[in-house]
Design a protein around this ligand. Structure first.
Ligand SMILES: C[S@@+](CC[C@H](N)C(=O)[O-])C[C@H]1O[C@@H](n2cnc3c(N)ncnc32)[C@H](O)[C@@H]1O
Length: 277
C-alpha cells in the first residue's frame, strides 16, 4: 500500500469515528510512524509502506480512535513556538496559556528577575519564559514528580536554565520572588461530566480539578504568593470560563488588581495582580 492509499484509508476510518480533522490526524500519525514531517508524505506519496510500517501506523490509528489525544500518541505539543514533549502525566499545553508568557514579557523583567511557575506540568510556561528572557531566574514547580521529571527533560532538550522543585504549591520555598505565575487546576469537580472524553479519560486528574467550585488551588496559592512575593511583585494566573469575579474576590487589600487578559475567543483568561509596594 502506498502512502497516498494508507492516508486515505486512515482518514476515512478516523472520520467514521466522528473525530474532527481526520485527514490531519492521519497525516500526523503517519509522519510520526515514519519519523518524517508531513511534507515528506506529499513528496513521497507513491512510496510503498513496508509491513512493519503499516503495522505501526495501524497501532497509532487504533489508539486515536480509542480516544487517546494525538499529542500523547506522538508525544509532543507546540507551545510558544517550541516543541514540548508530553506524556499522560502532564497536561497537554493549550494555546491560551501562552497569554501568561506574554503577560510576563509585557512586564519587561530586568536581568535577575526571580520568577516561579507553580504547577508547571510539561514546563511549557516556565521554560518559555526562561528562553524568551534569558537573564531571568526561573523556578518550575509541580506536586507531581512525573511532571517535574518531564519538565526537567524539556528544559534540558530546549536548553533552558531553570530550577526544578517537586512541592505542594509554594510550600518548600521561601522566595522572595518578583513574579509568581501559574496555570493551576481549575475545573469544577462536577464539570467532569461535560468534559471532552479525551480530556477526562486521558489527562491527569491532578492537573484538571480544582474542587467543587474550581477555586481550591487559588484559595491557597494567592495567600502563599502574598507571603513570597517582594513588595511590588506580580501574580499572573490562568482562570477558567466565568471565574474572573470569584478569583478577583480572593485578593486582599495588599493587592492591586490589574485588568484581566482575554483569550482569542474574548474570554477573560489571565488574571494579574500586583502586591502593593
Ligand atoms: C492545569 S495544569 C497546568 C500545567 C502547565 N503549567 C500548562 O499550562 O500546561 C496544572 C498543574 O498543576 C499541578 N498541580 C496540581 N496541584 C498542585 C499543587 N497543590 N501544587 C503544585 N502543583 C500542583 C498539576 O500536577 C499540573 O501539572
Amino acid at each position: 500500500m502506498t502512502i497516498r492509499e494508507a492516508l486515505k484509508q486512515a482518514a476515512d476510518r478516523i472520520d467514521r469515528h466522528s473525530l474532527s480533522n481526520a485527514r490531519l490526524n492521519a497525516e500526523t500519525l503517519l509522519a510520526h510512524t515514519l519519523s518524517a514531517d508531513r511534507t515528506y508524505l506529499y513528496t513521497h506519496d507513491d512510496r510503498e509502506l513496508s509491513g512493519n510500517e503499516l503495522q505501526r501506523f495501524e497501532e497509532t490509528i487504533y489508539e486515536r480512535i480509542s480516544g487517546t489525544p494525538i499529542q500523547y500518541i506522538v508525544g509532543r505539543q507546540e507551545f510558544f513556538g517550541r516543541d514540548f514533549l508530553v506524556n499522560p502525566s502532564v497536561l497537554i499545553p493549550r494555546p491560551e496559556s501562552e497569554l501568561i508568557v506574554e503577560a510576563v514579557l509585557d512586564l519587561k523583567p530586568p536581568e535577575g528577575t526571580r520568577i516561579i511557575d507553580v504547577g508547571t506540568g510539561s514546563g511549557c510556561i516556565g521554560i518559555s519564559i526562561a528562553l524568551e528572557m534569558p537573564g531571568t531566574w526561573v523556578t518550575i514547580a509541580d506536586i507531581s514528580l512525573e511532571a517535574v521529571r518531564t519538565a526537567t527533560f524539556n528544559a534540558m532538550r530546549l536548553g533552558a536554565q531553570v530550577n526544578a522543585i517537586c512541592m505542594d504549591l509554594l510550600d518548600a520555598t521561601k522566595g522572595p520572588f518578583d513574579i509568581v505565575v501559574s496555570n493551576p487546576p481549575y475545573v469544577r469537580n462536577e464539570e467532569s461530566a461535560w468534559l471532552q472524553r479525551e480530556v477526562r479519560d486521558h489527562e491527569p486528574e491532578v492537573a484538571l480539578y480544582g474542587g467543587d467550585d474550581g477555586l481550591a488551588a487559588f484559595r491557597r496559592l494567592i495567600p502563599a504568593a502574598e507571603n513570597q512575593l517582594r513588595p511590588g511583585g506580580y501574580f499572573i494566573a490562568e482562570i477558567g470560563f466565568g471565574m474572573e469575579a470569584a478569583v478577583l474576590e480572593l485578593f486582599g487589600s495588599r493587592w492591586e488588581k490589574l485588568p484581566t487578559m482575554r483569550d482569542l475567543q474574548g474570554i477573560p483568561r489571565t488574571v494579574r495582580a500586583r502586591l502593593r509596594p
